[in-house]
Design a protein around this ligand. Structure first.
Ligand SMILES: C[C@](O)(CO)[C@H](O)COP(=O)(O)OP(=O)(O)OC[C@H]1O[C@@H](n2ccc(N)nc2=O)[C@H](O)[C@@H]1O
Ligand SMILES: Nc1ncnc2c1ncn2[C@@H]1O[C@H](COP(=O)(O)OP(=O)(O)OP(=O)(O)O)[C@@H](O)[C@H]1O
Length: 282
């Protein structure tokens, strides 16, 4: 009788991140390469006909009305005048404040999920534009394709980097994105690079030196993973990642580190789990 829709909200990695400059409004011009992980929160949507948006989650620290899921749903109602409502059940899997975009991805899954459930017929362009008002990382999750991003992260060009297996370590510290972007020692003068060929391997994250300096736990995780492969920070951290050619190799390395480290293994993907799931529904 009820129509319930269950969808994943996958994580992302910033495979590289260069900061080119700072705009007058304080936001930074970046170049970054986004790839998704097959590792996700799970959101279930139950239709309500009374216009109420109710999130059921065990996130204690985030007030109901500031949760990006609720904010996304309300913005969509305002944009479209939709009189319908929804109960949303969140199964949180992704670490918060980890630089893997969990909150942004939840918001994007909400926009696409409700567009479907409420039969709004909004275009992907409309949803990406709405998403950008919720956070710089939301549009790439709405588009669902690995991308080279410019501007403040909203100018997206789809790309297809290799899809290795990743070990992601989750240092047990919360890194504030705003704090890192306002750090006096952050370098903001990287020269722009060309997006083709897709940058890989020896590329870097300009936030990493500042985060390593402020958070010894992050430096420690980078050093440990760096014994096995090139290890790098994603976003503004705290998570760090390294690529491996097979699941078996990634599992082995994670197992060797589990005594002191929290982490997970996940495959990189250029088409997000969300979009693969939505394709399956059509
Ligand atoms: C660092 C990245 O994770 C890379 O993917 C994103 O650019 C950050 O995305 P996000 O968490 O969705 O960021 P927002 O919620 O829009 O902004 C958080 C804070 O980060 C800073 N910020 C963010 C993006 C950007 N291009 N320049 C910035 O200076 C701003 O101080 C802002 O107050
Ligand atoms: N649904 C949500 N899931 C997680 N965090 C949320 C959510 N809604 C709001 N937030 C707030 O957003 C903050 C950042 O969460 P998020 O998991 O997106 O961090 P992040 O992975 O570092 O993001 P980014 O990579 O975009 O910097 C949280 O500390 C929390 O206060």
């Amino acid at each position: 009788m009820m129509s319930r829709l269950t969808l994943p909200a996958p994580a992302k990695l910033n495979l590289m991140l260069h900061i080119l400059g700072r705009r007058d409004d304080g936001y930074h011009e970046l170049q970054t390469l986004f790839q998704f992980l097959d590792h996700a929160d799970e959101l279930s949507f139950d239709l309500r006909d009374d216009g109420q948006v109710i999130l059921h989650s065990d996130l204690k620290d985030v007030p109901h009305e500031s949760n990006l899921i609720v904010r996304a749903a309300r913005k969509l109602q305002q944009l479209t005048g939709c009189p319908l409502g929804v109960d949303i059940y969140l199964k949180k899997v992704l670490p918060m404040g980890g630089g893997i975009g969990g909150g942004s991805s939840d918001a994007a899954t909400t926009l696409l999920g409700l567009n479907h459930l409420w039969q709004l017929g909004c275009s992907e362009d409309q949803l990406a534009e709405l998403g950008l008002t919720l956070g710089a990382d939301v549009p790439v999750f709405v588009r669902g394709h690995a991308a080279f991003a410019e501007g403040v992260g909203e100018k997206l060009t789809p790309v297809d980097p290799e899809e290795p297996w990743y070990v992601v370590l989750v240092p047990q510290v919360f890194v504030s994105t705003a704090e890192i972007f306002s750090h006096p020692l952050l370098t903001r003068n990287s020269p722009p690079i060309k997006m083709r060929p897709v940058p890989k391997g020896n590329s870097r994250n300009d936030c990493q030196p500042v985060v390593e300096q402020s958070y010894p736990e992050v430096r420690n995780s980078l050093n440990l993973l760096g014994k096995f492969t090139d290890a790098r920070l994603t976003g503004t951290g705290s998570c760090v990642f390294g690529a491996f050619p097979s699941k078996a190799e990634a599992d082995k390395v994670l197992a060797l580190l589990t005594e002191t480290q929290t982490g997970f293994v996940a495959k990189g993907s250029n088409i997000s789990m969300l979009h693969r799931t939505l394709q399956g529904l059509l």
